[in-house]
Design a protein around this ligand. Structure first.
Ligand code: PLP
Length: 384
């Protein structure tokens, strides 16, 4: 049986591991060496150097990541933003136009709307609920389309196969940020996307102790981004590679628990009289339910909700919960709560935020791996 045909639980442990182990080590050691002895090669690519992303730690990690999403190739980067910016700068040149989903992660949104125009790269916002309107956003220089599997913080899942089909019909490069779903819940390349990007800071690492990113795709596409990253310098340090490699091994266990726990918490919140609205794609009340059910293997560990008492109640709730940590970021083993208006979307003008449906009182929860009954009891006492 080929290694590719193994299930994700097996791949996450064994894919990309050097066997036999180096000096018999079962766990891949950290090669904390910036450069490596010249081995006689004639090409630039024969040089081994941390910035060139080709140390043993980079290579093992990239092979494991590629296996998880059935990609031909993968690259790890120094952050999720390094993965996103380097991919966009690889695909787009001055004069090009990009189509983007409304409500992207704040850092991505700002890079596209504030930095790319200075390089002569323009964009249009797509109404994801209305695919028939996308055609009118095309220009003669539209080159790519960029979306997220599950949006932050409203937990929406668009018609992703329609995105792939639209991209193929108009010869666009299709790029998706798969951070919120993780490879456990969605594998974009299987659905025809050209690039799958991750903030590996979140679920892939899972332990809230590093910042990292990943780019997955065909060998040719990943090689092109690697070339850009090698010049921009957004490479991951070997020690952080080691931590990410270690964190990845429990990805499936963590995410499956988080899927189930978030579902139970979402149902509990929906029933509570102090809660006005819950955003979770696994709830039948969610406008994204049909799409999520068709595409995802699990609905993920992220949810958000609004309290009937608005901002004041949201602030009180966050003061009163005891188990979750009040902090930005997501995807770790500990439950985190945050108000996007004061963290991930702080940089966005309030009117723009509201137009997207992100109220000041919205509370976002990244469900960790604590016991679900403990979390529900804690949420209940804070809400009551
Ligand atoms: N993509 C998503 C969906 C995110 O939530 C984040 C960060 O919160 C990023 C990308 C950026 O990742 P990083 O902070 O690792 O650069």
């Amino acid at each position: 049986m080929s290694k590719d045909s193994h299930q994700i639980e097996t791949k996450v442990i064994h894919a990309g591991e050097p066997r036999p182990g180096i000096e018999g080590a079962v766990s891949l050691p950290i090669f904390q060496s910036s450069t490596f002895e010249y081995s006689g090669g004639e090409s630039y690519h024969d040089l081994r150097y941390i910035r060139l992303n080709n140390t043993p730690n980079h290579e093992a990690l990239a092979a494991k990541l590629a296996a998880l999403e059935n990609a031909r190739s993968a690259l790890v980067t120094s952050s999720g933003m390094a993965a996103i910016t380097s991919t966009l700068l690889t695909v787009l040149s001055s004069g090009d136009h990009l189509l983007i989903q409304k409500g992207l992660y704040g850092g991505t949104h700002d890079f596209i709307t504030q930095d790319l125009p200075k390089l002569g790269i323009t964009h249009s916002l797509l109404d994801m609920e209305n695919p028939s309107s996308w055609e009118s956003c095309l220009t003669a220089t539209t080159r790519a389309i960029y979306v997220e599997t599950i949006t932050n913080p409203l937990i929406e899942v668009a018609d992703l196969p329609a995105v792939v089909e639209f991209a193929a019909r108009h010869d666009l490069v299709s790029i998706i940020d798969n951070t919120f779903a993780s490879p456990v819940n969605f594998r974009p390349l299987d659905w025809g996307f050209d690039y799958s990007l991750h903030s590996a800071t979140k679920y892939l690492n899972g332990h809230t102790d590093i910042v990292a990113g990943a780019v997955l795709g065909s060998a040719q596409r990943v090689r092109a981004v690697t070339h850009k990253v090698n010049h921009l310098g957004g490479s991951l340090d070997p020690h952080a590679c080691f931590l990410l490699h270690r964190g990845l091994k429990t990805l499936v266990l963590r995410v499956r628990h988080q899927n189930q726990s978030a579902m139970e918490i979402a149902r509990f919140l929906e029933e509570h009289s102090a809660v006005a609205k819950v955003n979770y794609a696994g709830l039948t009340s969610s406008p994204s339910y049909q799409s999520a059910q068709r595409l995802l293997d699990g609905y993920g560990g992220m949810l958000s909700f609004e309290l009937a008492g608005g901002v004041a109640a949201a602030v009180r709730f966050m003061e009163r919960v005891q188990i979750p940590v009040v902090a930005p970021s997501l995807g770790g083993v500990e439950t985190l709560v945050t108000r996007p208006a004061t963290t991930s979307h702080l940089g966005m003008p309030p009117a723009e935020r509201l137009a997207l449906g992100i109220t000041d009182g919205l509370v976002r929860v990244s469900v960790g791996i604590e016991a679900t009954p403990d979390l529900i009891a804690d949420f209940r006492q804070a809400l009551d």
